[in-house]
Design a binder for this molecule. Structure first.
Ligand code: AMP
Length: 345
């Protein structure tokens, strides 16, 4: 892991700062949010998508750094331009383990991305946060519908559902590195939080406050329209490839529980890896008895925030605040208070 002190040195040398990310996932929202807060932006971009990112005048970056592919992050150029890199799902996916050693300030804490990267570590983190999670099953213990997840999930692509050890071995074989989880029956909710050390909204944590900015439900092909397929007689196995997001609100009586869950995740992060700063998301399923199961933590901005509009952001800030704007505002406030070091790594 690149030393925190060296990142502190780099960020301390910045007179001003720019916001940078790779052109994918939630980049339009991040650039748009920065523009609202009058912060200059850099898009790390490939030739293939440049036209798209130039085509939105209110969300295009102020400048581009062109790369061959997204596994290369131009760290030297970014530091010369006084950039702070915003991690999102594609950046984490394309950069992989290399993110640990990037010699450029990253918004938040790269320790949280280390925990996000491994399902075993992530479950440990969820359990230390007191979250209720699906049972993790050894293949021989499968005793009902179970979801099989392969390493490095690309938006749920390739997952399958099995019902018995025999079905598991016939579909997956032996020796594959999978995590098998009990399939939870209920309604999914993906809750967007933001931890701030200077903000006013939300529940107190041991080192700041955690606010709720929104909730979405992912639309997954073909799970979300499977009734249509079954009703025309097509016998297709369920699959979970994310293709978009829909906005949702939670039954209000569930909010205290969700706020507590967000707080617990922040507090346990402090003990595990020094704390989480900025956006994160809990992926959950609510059963008919209103029990909430968490099956994943995304330790950075999630694509569901691209919906932009949420009542919780309005209740927290008085008007609609997107996660992109919230990131820019947090960095701006920290820069003014000379505390950028506390929220980058
Ligand atoms: P993930 O890659 O963990 O975000 O999972 C992709 C999708 O699979 C989720 O968005 C859910 O629709 C579904 N899923 C994941 N875990 C479970 C589970 N334990 N029970 C039911 N559905 C799940």
């Amino acid at each position: 892991m690149f030393e925190k002190e060296k990142i502190d040195e780099i960020v301390s040398s910045y007179k001003d700062f720019k916001i940078a990310t790779i052109c994918s996932h939630s980049a339009l929202q991040i650039f748009h949010g920065a523009k609202q807060e009058k912060i200059k932006t850099i898009g790390i971009c490939t030739e293939k998508v440049r036209e798209l990112y130039e085509s939105f005048p209110h969300a295009r970056p102020d400048e581009f750094i062109m790369v061959e592919d997204y596994s290369q992050i131009p760290v030297k150029e970014l530091v010369e331009k006084q950039a702070i890199l915003i991690p999102h799902g594609s950046l984490v996916e394309y950069t992989g383990k290399k993110i640990d050693d990037l010699a450029v300030p990253i918004f938040g804490n790269r320790g949280s991305l280390y925990y996000e990267r491994s399902r075993d570590r992530m479950f440990d983190w969820m359990h230390k946060s007191g979250l209720r999670t699906p049972r993790i099953l050894k293949p021989d213990d499968i005793d009902g519908p179970a979801i099989v997840k392969f390493p490095g999930a690309k938006g749920g692509k390739g997952y399958m559902v099995v019902h018995s050890p025999e079905e598991y071995y016939s579909k997956v074989g032996t020796g594959a590195k999978t995590m098998v989880q009990e399939f939870i029956i209920g309604v999914r909710a993906y809750v967007h939080y933001f931890h701030s050390f200077i903000g006013d909204a939300g529940f107190k944590t041991t080192y700041g406050k955690v606010e709720m900015l929104g909730v979405d439900r992912r639309m997954e092909s073909n799970a979300d329209e499977i009734a249509r397929q079954l009703s025309v007689g097509a016998k297709v196995p369920i699959s979970f490839t994310v293709m978009g997001n829909q906005s949702m609100v939670l039954r209000e009586s569930l909010l205290p529980q969700y706020m507590d869950m967000g707080r617990n995740v922040c507090n346990s992060s402090r003990d595990l890896f020094g704390g989480i700063h900025g956006p994160f998301c809990l992926e959950t399923i609510v059963t008919e008895d209103l029990d909430v199961f968490a099956f994943e933590i995304s330790a950075r901005i999630v694509a569901g925030t691209n919906l932009l509009k949420s009542p919780y952001a309005i209740y927290s800030h008085g008007f609609n605040f997107t996660t992109g704007m919230r990131i820019a505002r947090e960095l701006k406030d920290a820069h003014k208070k000379k505390k950028l070091k506390e929220i980058v790594y």
